[in-house]
Design a protein around this ligand. Structure first.
Ligand code: G3P
Ligand code: MG
Length: 249
């Protein structure tokens, strides 16, 4: 298995604002050794952490993310919407998130969110940042729902660990995984079936399920052979995390 059994989703989205450096730090405090976060591009092609293509849900601004450039980031509050404690928490550059994860010893599932951006462009921009700011290829999985984006990424990096994201496992999943030389399959924890789990594991791929905030169901999936779970709240799975790590209040 490449990633960890419990993976902080969007950092630790139930405990701190999603896709922020504060969220990544919070995830590390819970004891996870891997985090997932989402990456897209601003209008000037700067890679940043953000799930949506609009600013409305997770910042103090509104409108499309593509209307911003990197000089707008210092004025943006990506934390106050979650809780006033995190007011003025910035929307992070990908480079800063990569450096922080390295400092904290975290592995990363970097999910590319293309939002209509050309596959070649977003794959190249992410690849360029990863090449400069990330030194542990074995602790990085690049995933995406969009096959074209992963194919483009593969063209830039022959050795990258790629993960195919699906809602439920489609018929052609193995063909896609083979043609990409992917290492992992990522499926919805609600939609994955017992047979899907067996099929993926028998074929030799890692299988990770999102987004599981129910420890009973999560542990059932792990027993069936799922390798890891993305969760917004890793403390729900405290018994599966190292016991010497402080849990946040
Ligand atoms: O990467 C797993 C999961 O994050 C995919 O869904 O919408 O939460 O990015 P979403
Ligand atoms: Mg995601």
């Amino acid at each position: 298995m490449i990633a960890s059994t419990i993976i902080g989703h969007r950092g630790a989205a139930a405990l701190a604002p999603e896709n922020t450096l504060a969220g990544i730090r919070m995830a590390a405090e819970t004891g996870v050794s891997w985090v997932e976060f989402d990456v897209t591009l601003l209008g000037d092609e700067t890679p940043v952490l953000c799930h949506d293509d609009k600013l409305d849900r997770c910042t103090n601004r509104s409108g499309p993310l593509s209307f911003l450039t990197s000089i707008d980031l210092p004025g943006l509050d990506a934390g106050g919407w979650f809780d006033p404690t995190w007011t003025d928490e910035p929307m992070p550059h990908l480079s800063d998130a990569l450096l922080l994860c390295q400092e904290l010893g975290l592995g990363i599932n970097l999910e590319i969110k293309p939002h209509g951006i050309a596959a070649d462009l977003i794959a190249r921009k992410v690849f360029e940042e990863v090449s400069v700011y990330w030194q542990q290829p074995e602790k990085l999985i690049i995933s995406c729902f969009d096959f074209e984006v992963l194919s483009a990424y593969r063209n830039f990096d022959l050795y990258a660990q790629l993960g195919l994201l699906f809602r439920h496992l489609p018929e052609l999943w193995l063909l896609k995984a083979q043609s990409l030389q992917a290492v992992s399959i990522h499926c919805s924890q609600q939609l994955v079936s017992d047979q899907d789990i067996k099929t993926v594991k028998d074929a030799g791929y890692d299988l990770y399920c999102y987004t599981c905030n129910d420890p009973v169901h999560g542990k059932h999936l792990l027993e069936l052979g799922v390798d890891g779970l993305f969760t917004d709240n890793p403390t729900l799975f405290a018994d599966l995390l190292p016991s010497d790590i402080r849990q946040p209040a």
